[in-house]
Design a protein around this ligand. Sequence first.
Ligand code: CDP
Length: 208
Amino acid sequence: MIIALDGPAASGKGTLSKRIAAHYGLHSLDTGLLYRAVALSLLDRRLKLHDVWAAVALARTLDTARLDDPDLRRADVGEGASVVAKIPEVRAALLAYQRWFAGQSPGAVLDGRDIATVVCPNADVKIFVTATPEARAKRRHLEYQSRGLEMTEAEVLELILARDARDSGRADAPLKQDGGAILLDTTELDIDAAFDVAVGEIKRKIGR
Ligand code: CDP
């Protein structure tokens, strides 16, 4: 069984994805971490995020055992991720791993931007998780505050809007709702309520 969760930054898809995976006993992959890992490798080596050759080389040799590095959650790494994610060869290099991951038994939940549209078009369940930019900025701001990051909510909102534009506007695998996906708007929902809606949709599709 494959469950695809897509959506913009800080929509709640990451938390939801892990909860669904735990509930059904499935593997879970936050695919944003792959793009973040490429960006972090470039930043660590003081290379430019637009250095296509280096970005592709790093994507091809990515160590997927190191996706728990807390530095991957940094704000600058998230921004960098959306810059390298525009490079088609980077996306192509990360595709095989994502498809391998999705094919594991007994199944997997993958969250990202292009899971339903490109990585797993045959996913059993497709959910597009979204929320207003203001609600997402509020959540991300709280997350940053809990990690001691100095940024105002208005600054976080500005970053979110810029990232939405970059992710939706790119030519290769842009952020968009797949035709077969249901829309889950979490603006007014807490994680428990969002989880209930998601499980309802999964039950409707696969009967459990
Ligand atoms: O956690 P957050 O929602 O802020 O972002 P993320 O899921 O970690 O993704 C970081 C960036 O990677 C996104 O802004 C996208 O540009 C890119 N990404 C992508 O292009 N395709 C994916 N499947 C996942 C992430």
